[in-house]
Design a protein around this ligand. Structure first.
Ligand SMILES: Cc1ncc(COP(=O)(O)O)c(C=O)c1O
Length: 442
């Protein structure tokens, strides 16, 4: 028995997809190889995190080198040299060079830190009643009990009794999700839903608004209409509310620019979270970044920083994070002047053209959602896999809990040839849905 095989019933409690898991042997670049010798294109970069591909030599070298030098030196006792360097490099990478950066292991922790920092910053400026955080009715920010209670992930939201009285506060400007929208198509003015939510909550009680800049795994690539993120910024300013952008998925190049908010003008938030593309699947690593004046006010208020846990900042995370950022820089993913990923957009539009199983294609850069006809997701997962593609589903996102689709998010350094393979495999797979042909027959 190899280490990848398990005898008897699984004792592991873990999420499963609608199709059985496979046994892998190894991975390299955009590919994962199975134990029986097949190869699969990792067209979703794991869960939209393996953004520079598998086993990148620069990261592998940093990992193995630092593993032999020192993996842990407790913060406080030893100067966190690599984490200091990583803080500066992360701030530069997203073009906010003066930001202060707090590291934690996961995107969930980054969200928790962002909320804690927002509340502390409000208190530091004398706004002692501001504790509420307003979120959208479609969106995801992590899986702790607190953050899930705030999230607009319909199937993951906890039972009402377990939600601490918390719930999302406003509808986002995505087709079909902004209930009662007074325009035929959502536009910047739809940010009035956020203003209404602030007013309804009582502005003096609101610490922050928290939102994804491009909707991620819940709705699969919905983009806000032009001007929306700027309007959101203006509304927050009007009411003294801090703005947190969740860039856990979108940050560090996934949308074709270093941040999702870089697609908008004058939309700079106060606090940003990053995670998936920072650890890039090599180790757990997330960052919460905050504007320097807010950080300074917190620090001078003499309050403790939140969430500094055992594995918040280690030399190994520092080395690996720096290596990942150097690769992202090398491939141009941290450039702000040109949106990357245009070729993927063209390939996908061509791949899904006139296919009856596809009802929508949305997204930007290297992140897309393909919405599918009702009842086809299981078949779509099987046909895409049988055409050599690994894809991740998103389901139940419409207000009536219907909705199904596939995320497309190849590594940011996938070659043109790999993107072509993705497009060809996708078209061949989705064209077979509903045609009655046995899966695996292509
Ligand atoms: C937008 C967004 N925020 C937060 C999270 C939580 O990150 P993690 O799974 O690392 O806790 C995710 C994870 O998918 C995400 O997509």
């Amino acid at each position: 028995m190899t280490t990848n095989e398990v005898a008897g019933p699984s004792q592991l409690l873990a999420a499963r997809l609608q199709i059985p898991p496979m046994s892998y042997s190894h991975a390299s670049g955009s590919w994962i190889f199975t134990s029986d010798g097949r190869r699969f294109l990792d067209a979703c970069s794991g869960i939209v995190n393996v953004n520079i591909g598998h086993a990148h030599p620069t990261v592998v070298e940093a990992l193995s080198d630092q593993a032999g030098i020192c993996t842990y030196a407790s913060a406080g006792s030893f100067a966190p040299t690599h984490m200091e360097q990583l803080a500066a490099a992360t701030a530069r990478a997203v073009h906010r060079p003066q930001d202060r950066v707090m590291f934690t292991p996961t995107g969930t922790h980054a969200t928790e830190s962002a909320i804690a920092l927002a509340r502390l910053a409000q208190r530091a400026r004398g706004e002692t009643g501001r504790h509420r955080v307003l979120t959208a009715s479609l969106g995801y920010h992590g899986n702790s009990a607190f953050v899930l209670a705030l999230s607009g992930h319909r199937s993951r939201r906890p039972h009402e009794d377990d939600s601490f009285g918390l719930a999302p506060a406003f509808d986002p400007p995505y087709p079909g999700h902004h209930l009662g929208c007074r325009f035929p198509v959502c536009r910047a003015d739809c940010a009035h839903a956020v203003r209404d939510a602030i007013v309804a909550a009582g502005p003096d009680s609101v610490a922050a608004v928290l939102m994804e800049t491009v909707n991620g795994t819940t709705g699969g690539g919905y983009c806000p209409p032009p001007g929306y993120l700027r309007a959101l910024r203006e509304i927050c300013d009007e009411y003294g509310v801090l703005l947190i952008h969740d860039e856990v998925l979108t940050g560090l190049g996934r949308t074709g620019l270093p941040l999702g908010s870089h697609h908008a003008q004058d939309a700079e938030p106060d606090i940003i979270t990053l995670a998936k593309g920072l650890g890039a699947g090599y180790l757990p690593l997330a960052a919460t970044m905050i504007a320097p004046e807010l950080a300074d006010s917190i620090m001078s208020s003499g309050r403790w920083l939140p969430l500094m846990g055992t594995m918040s900042a280690t030399p190994l995370q520092g080395r690996v994070g720096l290596a990942v950022l150097s690769v992202l820089d090398e491939i141009g993913a941290l450039e702000r002047d040109q949106v990357r990923g245009a070729q993927l957009g063209k390939i996908l539009a061509e791949a899904v053209r006139d296919l009856p199983a596809v009802t929508d294609l949305r997204g930007v850069g290297y992140f897309y959602g393909i919405e599918l006809a009702p009842g086809t997701i299981g078949e779509a997962l099987r046909t895409t896999r049988s055409n050599g593609l690994l894809l991740y589903p998103f389901v139940g996102f419409h207000p009536d809990r219907t909705g199904e689709g596939l995320l497309i998010a190849p590594p940011l350094n996938a070659t043109d040839a790999e993107l072509e393979i993705l497009g060809d495999g996708l078209r061949a797979a989705l064209a077979r849905i509903g045609d009655g042909a046995p899966v695996g027959a292509s």
